[in-house]
Design a protein around this ligand. Structure first.
Ligand SMILES: Nc1nc2c(ncn2[C@@H]2O[C@H](COP(=O)(O)OP(=O)(O)OP(=O)(O)O)[C@@H](O)[C@H]2O)c(=O)[nH]1
Length: 621
């Protein structure tokens, strides 16, 4: 029995995706997304339903979106298919969809009036897409192909400067591509707390399948919780084996739709262009499901994609507008610096005066090059910009002071107690065999309370990218038989990332055990401090009997735990409540010194041995 993809069917029948899903729900048909497939039989039922509704004038084909744009149209099935372009009027929110809406028809006399959603909706914005994958799998070629075919010829012509992002025009609207392939850019941006990409395309060469950087790219996208699409590239090659890629993906728990999962896998060729249209269509579909919106009238915020210093022009920074609208003349604050926009160009080099959400713009006006991933906000005027910067500088100083070696509490590390916790790990090992062995053991360690989440299991030394991933995902990096370079260690240090290196698998596993235990309660350990011999008992009118002693080993400390042995027998366990050297109260007494010990116990005798210890919290990995 053949199957039909939901969104294709919706398109063919001229209903929008939301409506189609509503029909499927009413028929009790299960699906994962609009890109899932349904049985041919169901298609017949849907057609019948639509025909009946159309005949009874209930506007079956009418979108549940009761926007002005829809209302202005005569609702024929053809003119209401939803296209997620940024200029399109926004569909009604989910809550409005669940309210039965009278049909919108060409005859306006129908009563009562349809309940109109008075809350103005934010308009849709174009998706921002990043392309990641293993070296040589075709990321750049794919971006080049899209740029060549989807950026208007006159715009693409001439010398297009690389600005870090470009806008593609597709039949489904604008899609913005981050033009720096690879996950370094993605992670660098995320490491500064910003999220630029809405969708990640993982490119996998059909003749090579999963490679270490493919796994890394997937881990990065998953850590960022960014929806992923897999583009299996180079399908034009005779040795291409897209099926193998799909099977291999299942080993990472990414089950392609064809296999009953929800991972969209699109075969493409960046060389011939085959499948690229499909890929773009899937991007638009994913964007539609993500329901990406932004307020062009709101206050501006954006993120620096990249920046460089041009010898003639000065600092040129590419900023992605995320909210609001940017205008020439606006004051921008980045980190602890600011600038006034002297000029602005779009990603094709054309001068522009303003730019709304999901628009990458090159800005001239910063005095220093801001770093990728820095967040940008605007200020009313220069004075306001300076005020923001002064506040930031003072906040930073406070944070630096507060950070001085403050240990994170368990709750901060693991989330609230009493819930299932996740320990995020990045594993690095010398061979695939070791990795598998470690993962095999770890799989058995999971409990109801603690989940072990291996974000990335890679062969070879940990990279700076791993540290960035660890810092954004709050993960611990564990290395087996590989060590981090000095540079990577330094980055880990500055970011406060735990990076453990082990030569014995079970030591690594012990470390994981400690991490797991750390989830449950703090672990304390009794640590031996020292020992003293009682040489005489001094009777004190107020404090009771004081043990005049000589410290024979280590040291004694006030408030330490005390154990008194007489011969082989433990005769008392308590606390050292007072410690004196001659007449003075002291905190500690070292080996070789005499002291008076008050145990708040009167039966101490000459010859007793007082052993001191204290409870210390065991460092939680
Ligand atoms: N036959 C074929 N070759 C391709 C295709 N896509 C890319 N290539 C070739 O594969 C090689 C690598 O392509 P790139 O686009 O540079 O790959 P990349 O992933 O950007 O590589 P890095 O930037 O080094 O990470 C080049 O020689 C491309 O010509 C394709 O669809 N079919």
């Amino acid at each position: 029995m053949s199957k039909v993809r939901i969104y294709t069917l919706a398109k063919d029948l001229g209903v929008d995706n939301a409506k189609m899903l509503e029909i499927l729900d009413s028929l009790g048909v299960s699906y994962k997304s609009v890109s899932s497939t349904i049985e041919e039989d169901t298609v017949g039922l849907i057609k019948e339903m639509l025909a009946e509704e159309a005949a009874s004038g209930t506007g079956a084909a009418t979108s549940t979106d009761t926007t002005e744009a829809d209302a202005a149209q005569t609702p024929t099935p053809q003119n209401i298919s939803s296209q997620n372009t940024p200029t399109q009027a926004a569909p009604a929110p989910a809550t409005a969809q669940s309210v039965p809406q009278p049909a919108v028809t060409a005859t306006a006399e129908r009563e009562p009036e349809a309940p109109v959603n008075t809350q103005p909706e934010l308009p849709h914005r174009a998706p921002v897409v990043t392309i990641m994958g293993h070296v040589d799998h075709g990321k750049t070629s794919l971006l080049d192909y899209i740029r060549k075919t989807k950026v208007a010829a006159k715009e693409a012509g001439g010398i297009t400067q690389h600005v870090g992002a470009f806008e593609a025009r597709t039949s489904k609207g604008k899609i913005v591509f981050i033009d720096t392939p690879g996950h370094e850019a993605f992670t660098t941006i995320r490491a500064r707390g910003a999220n630029v990409a809405d969708i990640a395309i993982i490119v996998i060469a059909a003749d090579d399948s999963l490679m270490p950087q493919t796994r890394e790219a997937i881990a990065h996208a998953q850590a960022a919780k960014v929806p992923m699409l897999v583009a299996v590239n180079k399908i034009d090659l005779p040795q291409a084996d897209p099926e193998r890629v799909k099977t291999d993906l299942t080993t990472l728990n990414l089950v392609p739709e064809e296999y009953g999962g929800d991972t969209i896998v699109v075969p493409v060729s960046a060389r011939t262009g085959e499948g690229v249209e499909d890929l773009l269509e899937y991007i638009s579909l994913t964007a539609e499901l993500e329901d990406l919106r932004a307020d062009p009238k709101g206050s501006f915020s954006g993120v620096v994609i990249e920046s460089r210093v041009d010898r003639q022009a000065g600092v040129l920074a590419t900023v992605m507008v995320q909210e609001g609208t940017l205008h020439v003349g606006d004051f921008l604050v980045v980190g602890e610096g600011y600038g006034k926009i002297k000029a602005m160009t779009d990603s094709n080099g054309g001068r522009i005066k303003e730019a709304g959400p999901s628009t990458p713009v090159q800005v001239l006006g910063f005095s220093e090059a801001p770093a990728s991933g820095e967040k940008v906000v605007s200020a009313k005027n220069e004075h306001a910009a300076r005020e923001v910067i002064a506040q930031r500088a003072s906040d930073r100083r406070d944070a630096e002071n507060a950070r001085t070696q403050r240990k994170k509490t368990l709750e901060e590390m693991m989330g609230p107690l009493g819930e299932t916790r996740t320990v995020n790990l990045i594993l690095r090992a010398d061979t695939q065999g070791s990795l598998e062995a470690i993962q095999g053991i770890l799989a058995k360690k999971e409990t109801e309370d603690v989940k072990l989440n291996v974000l990335l299991a890679g062969i070879g030394s940990p990279t700076e990218g791993d540290v960035l991933l660890a810092s954004t995902a709050e993960a611990t990096i564990l290395c087996f038989n590989v060590t981090a370079s000095g540079g990577v260690k330094k980055v880990a240090d500055t970011k406060g990332i735990e990076l453990g290196t082990f030569r014995i698998i079970y030591e690594l596993i012990d470390e994981v055990d400690r991490l797991i235990k750390g989830n449950l309660e703090p672990v304390f350990e009794e640590r031996y401090l020292g020992r003293a011999e009682v040489r005489m008992v001094i009777r004190h009118p107020k404090s009771g009997n004081i043990a005049g002693s000589y410290v024979t080993d280590g040291m004694l400390r006030r408030n330490a735990k005390a154990k008194v042995t007489r011969g082989k027998q433990v005769v008392y366990e308590g606390t050292i409540v007072g410690l004196k050297r001659f007449k003075d109260d002291v905190r500690e007494v070292q080996t070789g010194y005499e002291c008076g010990i008050n145990l708040d116990w009167n039966d101490v005798q000459e010859g007793d041995i007082i052993e001191a210890s204290e409870m210390v919290e065991v460092e939680q990995a």
